[in-house]
Ligand binder design. Structure first.
Ligand code: HGY
Ligand code: MN
Ligand code: MN
Ligand code: MN
Length: 408
């Protein structure tokens, strides 16, 4: 039986680490705040009797052993998510999935349950990708989708080297996560409005949409804003503005399911009376349909070329992340639905708009997710909120499923 108050206490305790003055949290990956959260999590895992391992990219694994006599190579049932946040994060994105995993372990401990398979709770490094791109980086390295060497060389938006920052917080581990995973389940807030709009309690997540992150750099020439005729300008600011507006046209052209976001724009010298010589911006394109996402990427390339030509500047692009849409394991998706409905909860099947570690683990093992509602669909915002009773309902479904999967 899960203990909702115990779960809420952990949510609030972790939420105090990296707390922002006006509410919310900032635990950008591999910062001192992230380290503080990591060290707190490790202490919580140890207090639950979990064997803790940290791997070379800093992924943290806490394992509850199976009953005596189980073979050492038995596959693990894994529960995971992340505890890093965006700069204007909430208490629940990622943290819920890891702390609900601890709550499941605590409930198994309370009941003295011996499972046939080990249960591992994982916190993956740098899921958000806000400081170091791509996102879901730790789980991507864990499944072999990115080499450790490449990952350690990644430069952050602050110019730091990922490997240096990982070493600085002392979490470049020598341990390893499970070599065999029977099933992976991630509980997460929906981060969108659907469950709340439809008055439903549990999201049965069938998969994750495709993600394409592009960094665009326009290079022109700074000039006096008052003396330089338009025909003589090489205006990077104009090119960035045209591109930002053009992303909306791409969304319309590709049609339903297409999303596009310009989240970051940096102009230099960024002064009121100087034509910008340089603009660096990001474009986040998403679509559940990969063919449509490829079409949107092609339209973006055309847009960038046209904006550069009009503004008389050059453009270079760099892919920051590209992940195809992922379908979760049907048998696990069905199991989530069955457990939720057996608990008398209302459900609906849905696709995830946000990226998650589950989409990486799905490359090597059966994986799925459970969603609980987000109030007003708000996330990546300090006003992110999900009531304790919703957190408890999602954790009860997780607990029932893990109990079943770990003793098949
Ligand atoms: O960008 C995402 O979808 C995730 O929050 N990293
Ligand atoms: Mn998340
Ligand atoms: Mn997030
Ligand atoms: Mn995410």
């Amino acid at each position: 039986m899960i203990d909702a108050a115990r779960l809420q206490a952990r949510i609030e305790s972790l939420g105090a680490i990296g707390a922002l003055p006006g509410g919310g949290v900032c635990r950008l990956a591999l910062t001192p705040a992230d380290k503080a959260g990591r060290d707190w999590l490790i202490a919580q895992m140890e207090s639950l009797g979990l064997a803790v391992a940290i791997d070379p990219i800093g992924n943290i694994f806490g394992t509850r052993p199976a009953r005596p006599g189980t073979t050492a190579d038995a596959p693990h049932v894994m529960i995971g998510s992340h505890i890093d946040t965006v700069a204007t994060g909430g208490l629940y994105d990622g943290a819920l999935g890891v702390l609900a995993g601890l709550e499941v372990v605590a409930a198994l401990n309370d009941a003295g349950t011996e499972t046939d398979l080990p249960v591992t709770v994982a916190a993956f490094t740098n899921e958000e990708g806000a400081r170091f791109a791509p996102d879901m980086l730790g789980s991507l390295v864990f499944v072999g989708g990115l080499s450790l060497e490449e990952a350690l060389e990644i430069r952050g938006i602050d110019g730091t080297r990922l490997g240096d920052e990982l070493a600085a917080i002392g979490h470049a581990g020598t341990g390893a996560g499970p070599s065999a995973i029977a099933a992976y389940v991630e509980l997460h807030i929906e981060q969108g409005p659907i469950l709340e709009d439809e008055g439903l309690q549990i999201g049965v997540v069938e998969g994750v949409q495709g993600i394409s992150w592009t960094e665009v750099t326009f290079s022109g020439a700074s000039a006096h804003a008052g003396t330089t005729p338009l025909r003589l300008r090489a205006d990077a600011g104009l090119a960035a503005g045209r591109t930002a507006c053009g992303v909306r046209d791409i969304i319309t052209a590709i049609g339903p399911g297409q999303l596009g976001t310009v989240g970051a724009v940096t102009l230099s010298p960024n002064l009121v009376n100087v034509v910008a010589e340089r603009a660096v911006m990001t474009v986040d394109l998403r679509n559940p349909d990969d063919a449509a996402l490829i079409e949107a990427e092609a339209a973006l390339a055309t847009l960038i070329a046209a904006a550069a030509a009009e503004a008389n500047v050059t453009a270079t692009t760099r892919s920051l992340a590209r992940f195809d849409p992922v379908d979760f394991a049907p048998e696990l998706v069905d199991a989530v639905e069955a457990e939720a409905q057996a608990l008398g909860l209302t459900t609906r099947r849905m696709f995830s708009g946000a990226g998650h570690d589950a989409q990486m683990i799905a490359r090597i093992a059966p994986a799925t997710m459970i969603f609980v509602p987000s109030q007003k669909g708000i996330s990546h915002n300090i006003r992110e909120y999900t009531p304790p009773e919703d957190l408890a309902r999602g954790t009860a479904v997780l607990h029932a499923l893990i109990a079943r999967l770990s003793t098949p």
